[in-house]
Design a protein around this ligand. Structure first.
Ligand code: COM
Length: 521
């Protein structure tokens, strides 16, 4: 289907994607400028966030790109199976949590013991997701001028050649961007029906889960588990490491971790740390998980729904096979800071190059590859970054934890809320949008925050928050504290807060900013 000269509206795009998804459109969707005789500067193999942003940047620099994706849309797993459904489910978890705590109070109807349907939420997402896909196809073609072929996988032939639906395309460079998939644990029964990951949950589930066991302790495990529990489906997490202490999360402050994990337990979740899942049991359907517990006992936990949250692995195999590209011991493609692989002219970006498997990294990797392809030497170091996850709360952090700061600096100042030693039950702080109802009913549930300062340089070296609505601030805090000059407590005290703001860092810093020898607060 050649769409080069067509201009589809958003609703036409949506209809086309709907039809492609049910197999009514099985041909490639082609938007290639056959009149442009220039060689492609790069072919992006995979049109997720990295491939799409890289393509857009390369276009913006005046280059010629082609992006190819097996799905009938650009944007990749984010709007289809990953970030967008996760945020929808996490928002539902937050609403459900409030409804349970407020059950029968004020205008809230009785809800404490009610079920909410997980299936209904998945169906809501499935029914709505193609709008985002339609927008990305439309924007990429009509606004960003990108060339693409969708609904057809790309087969890499060599470092300059890609075959799509029987046609070969050549380019000066290839940018590999085919993402990652769940790293399924190698235990008996893992293939049984009734075992899902984040992708098959949104694609396949057709029944209402009533008892869930989660294998793994990743972000996905915490986020989806909190939703299942909030929906009223009793959920158990089996994690080898303590939650939020997995290798993929850095700089997690212990006080924040405790607030989050204890909060999950308060809401009825069973969290078994140090647990080793041995087998998914069941004949025709998963009926439970056998696990070796931290104390060595072996037990079988009943479930009608087993969810795998053990992390992800790169889809690198085809490129190792055809190009011999170097990978690390986890199978992620090895790149330098310019996103160049071991094969000249071949770049790799996004989840394909390993952790962190986050949106900012995918998009900026795409931009980095595009700039280097176009002769602008540019390096991207993603070893430090702000991070977040959801339980029924939004949890956000940047920079060093208090413990890390104490290892590095001799005079660490901590400004936190509630202050150290103050009983949570007595203090409805921090609070702002999203936590005012908790503040006046269940003060201990409002949240937790901590700002870590090097008392000598007076610079903020870490910030940590559990609550609602602070994520935006952390994007800017990340930038400010990582500038060569950093951000001091005094500069924080000069900022203009929009009171009540979810993280109270500005006003709290102002309370101490005048102090010569800083004291914690
Ligand atoms: C975001 C997908 S959902 S993309 O980064 O805009 O391509």
């Amino acid at each position: 289907m050649d769409l080069r000269d067509a201009s589809h509206s958003l609703s036409e795009w949506r209809e086309l994607i709907d039809r492609a998804e049910v197999g009514e459109v099985d041909e490639p969707i082609v938007n290639v400028d056959r009149d442009d005789l220039r060689e492609y500067d790069a072919i992006f193999v995979g049109g997720g966030a990295g491939g799409r942003f890289g393509s857009a940047y390369l276009q913006a620099l005046g280059g010629r790109q082609l992006v190819v994706d097996k799905w009938p849309f650009l944007g990749g797993s984010c709007p289809h199976q990953a970030c967008v459904p996760h945020h929808l489910f996490s928002e539902a978890a937050r609403e459900l949590d409030l409804a349970r705590w407020m059950s029968g109070k004020l205008w809230f109807p009785y809800f404490k013991d009610e079920r909410a349907s997980i299936l209904e939420m998945v169906e809501l997402f499935r029914a709505g997701r193609n709008s985002a896909h339609a927008f990305m196809n439309w924007q990429s073609k009509e606004q960003l001028g990108m060339e693409y072929i969708l609904n057809a996988p790309a087969r890499v032939i060599d470092e300059h050649t890609v075959e799509v639906a029987g046609e070969r395309f050549t380019a000066r460079n290839l940018v590999l961007a085919t993402g990652a998939r769940t790293r399924w644990p190698d235990i008996p029964g893992i293939d049984l029906p009734g075992v899902y990951d984040f992708a098959s949950l949104v694609e396949d589930i057709a029944y209402e889960p009533n008892r869930c066991v989660i294998i793994g302790g990743s972000k996905v495990a915490i986020e989806y588990g909190s939703f299942f529990q909030a929906a009223g489906c009793p959920t158990t997490i089996l994690s080898r490491s303590p939650l939020m202490r997995t290798a993929s999360l850095h700089h997690v402050d212990e006080d924040i971790r405790c607030f989050v994990v204890e909060g999950m337990r308060t809401r009825g979740m069973t969290i078994l740390e140090g647990a080793e899942p041995l087998e998914v049991v069941g004949d025709a359907w998963a009926t439970g998980v056998t696990v070796r517990l931290a104390d060595g006992r072996v037990e079988t936990l009943e479930a009608d729904f087993v969810f795998v949250g053990t992390g992800e692995q790169a889809n690198s195999e085809p490129f190792v096979e055809t190009l011999g590209v170097e990978v690390d011991d986890r199978g992620s493609i090895v790149v330098n800071r310019r996103m160049q692989t071991s094969i000249p002219g071949v770049y790799a970006i996004g989840d394909l190059i390993g952790a962190p498997m986050e949106m900012f990294k995918a998009r900026k990797c795409g931009m980095t590859a595009a700039r280097n392809v176009m002769g602008q030497p540019y390096e991207f170091d993603f070893s430090e970054y702000p991070d977040f996850l959801h339980s029924t709360y939004e949890i956000t952090w940047v920079g060093l934890s208090e413990a890390e700061a104490r290892e590095r600096y001799g005079n660490v100042i901590v400004i936190q809320m509630p202050p150290k030693g103050v009983d949570f039950d007595e203090l409805p702080l921090p609070c702002a949008e999203g936590s005012m109802l908790y503040a006046f009913t269940r003060p201990e549930l409002t949240g937790f925050q901590k700002c870590v300062i090097d008392g000598e340089s007076r610079r903020v070296v870490g910030a940590h928050h559990v609550g609602f609505g602070a994520k935006d601030a952390f994007q800017y805090l990340d930038y400010l504290i990582r500038r060569p000059q950093g951000l001091t407590i005094d500069e924080m005290g000069e900022m203009n807060e929009l009171f009540l703001n979810p993280e109270h860092f500005i006003q709290l810093c102002r309370l101490r900013a005048g102090q010569g020898a800083l004291v914690s607060l």
